[in-house]
Design a protein around this ligand. Structure first.
Ligand code: CA
Length: 436
């Protein structure tokens, strides 16, 4: 677990005045990383860090040469088109860079005049997925989601017997991961319509989102070497928002016996910002099992994990339809949950992923699985919120929804709040469904 230090001090302010707004996503206590360039430019992408409403150009900062020691070494890894090299350096390196950036951006820094030209308004930048994702694994770590979906499919037996013992996952598709702002056409696939005897090829009629946390792998592990739970977080870099778009009718017909395939690999949206585990240190909370539930096997259980293995990240999904935009209505909140309710922690996911010696590489991406809270209104997908399309949601402006319609825009947000600490945010992961 990362330590709380001066970089988390809520009294620390920045000479970038927009970073000092109390309800902003990007105060000096956050400092999330991205890969960016000026919008509509032919510049090479490079690393950036969010501060207030701006992004600090880490490629230019590296050229300026004002940081020294381990922070300067880490900064060199940011002057590249993707952040895999930074992620692979490990937690000591990212902590050193965080400390250096925090010192350079704080009000008392004498570097302000030299760094100010390196700030680019976030709205004038374009982003890409922060890392070149070699492999992508999607977990199923919310027991509330797994139970609710299981009840829809198997009312008498919602959870398979393995669920409480191991972090269930499938291997996803890395090539279709896109940064926030990606608009995509409603995908086609093979479906078995209700009551039909034969399947057909059709545009999906049951397109859904999944509200998830993404986790970027940091330092890798060699093939054949498992990572014990006590070391697991030292192999993780940071977290983002992730929307695992899902075509439920395609999924229902194809998923047995090998799991999701074309129902999910047409698009996955992530937020541009990667919030480091260092920034999340104040928001760690105990991880526990409810009374009466079995403890996990020893390789997934230890005192550190029980003390602070979970993270209290508020997660929210909003829907913005074409008619709502035309009428000037604000996006409507569909649900709100916390990542602290996840049955499995990010450390347990990594330890389990490598227990057989599977090698993970810097920049690999793990999805947490849909994060639903214990209450029905905290569900992280339309499948759950509408009981598989049987209970439409009423929207402001008079529309209803069971599944997503053309023109619908889904906005995921995340943030952390705790008394005595600065609020930090994840920004947004946004995607829009276009006509097939
Ligand atoms: Ca998922």
């Amino acid at each position: 677990m990362r330590a709380i230090d001066l970089s988390h001090d809520p009294k620390r302010k920045s000479w970038v005045s927009s970073a000092n707004a109390p309800d902003g996503d990007f105060p000096i206590q956050n400092l999330p990383f991205c890969a960016f360039r000026r919008a509509r430019s032919a510049e090479e992408f490079r690393g950036g860090v969010a501060i207030g409403d701006s992004v600090l150009d880490l490629g230019a900062l590296h050229e300026l040469g004002v940081l020294d020691g381990p922070a300067a070494h880490s900064l060199g890894a940011c002057a590249r088109p993707f952040l895999n090299a930074l992620m692979g350096l490990g937690p000591e390196a990212s902590s050193a860079l965080r400390a250096g950036l925090s010192a350079a951006l704080r009000t008392e820094s004498t570097l302000a005049p030299r760094l100010r030209p390196l700030l680019i308004p976030q709205e004038a930048a374009e982003y890409r997925v922060a890392a070149q994702v070699g492999d992508y694994t999607d977990f199923y770590a919310s027991i509330h989601h797994a139970t609710a979906v299981g009840k829809l499919l198997r009312p008498d037996n919602p959870l398979f017997p393995n669920y409480k013992w191991l972090p269930v996952a499938y291997h996803g598709r890395a090539s279709s991961i896109r940064v926030s702002g990606y608009d995509f056409a409603r995908p086609a696939g093979q479906v078995l319509p209700p009551g039909a005897a034969l399947p057909e090829l059709a545009a999906t009629r049951r397109l859904d989102y999944e509200l998830e946390v993404g986790v970027f792998v940091g330092r890798g592990n060699e093939l054949g070497r498992s990572v014990p739970l006590r070391e697991a977080e030292s192999h993780l870099f940071g977290l983002c928002l992730l929307n695992d778009w899902s075509a439920r009718d395609i999924q229902a017909w194809e998923y047995q016996p090998l799991g999701p395939f074309l129902a999910k690999n047409f698009a996955t949206t992530v937020s541009p910002w990667v919030v480091t585990l260092e920034a999340l240190a104040p928001f760690r909370v105990p991880w526990s099992r409810p009374p009466g539930e079995p403890p996990p096997l020893a390789y997934l259980d230890d005192g550190t994990e029980r003390g602070s293995g979970a993270i209290d990240i508020q997660l929210e999904a909003r829907l913005d339809t074409a008619r709502m935009r035309a009428a000037g209505l604000a996006p409507q909140r569909l649900s709100h949950a916390s990542f602290r309710d996840s049955w499995w922690t990010i450390g347990q996911m990594l330890a389990h992923h490598t227990v057989n010696g599977c090698n993970l590489k810097p920049g690999d991406l793990l999805g947490s699985g849909t994060q639903s809270g214990p209450l029905p209104e905290q569900a992280g997908s339309l499948l759950e919120l509408t009981s598989a399309g049987k209970r439409p949601i009423a929207l402001a402006g008079g529309e209803t929804r069971t599944f997503l319609e053309d023109g619908d825009r889904v906005i995921l947000r995340g943030w952390c709040e705790r008394p005595g600490y600065a609020r930090i945010g994840f920004g947004e992961a946004v995607g829009t469904v276009l006509t097939a």
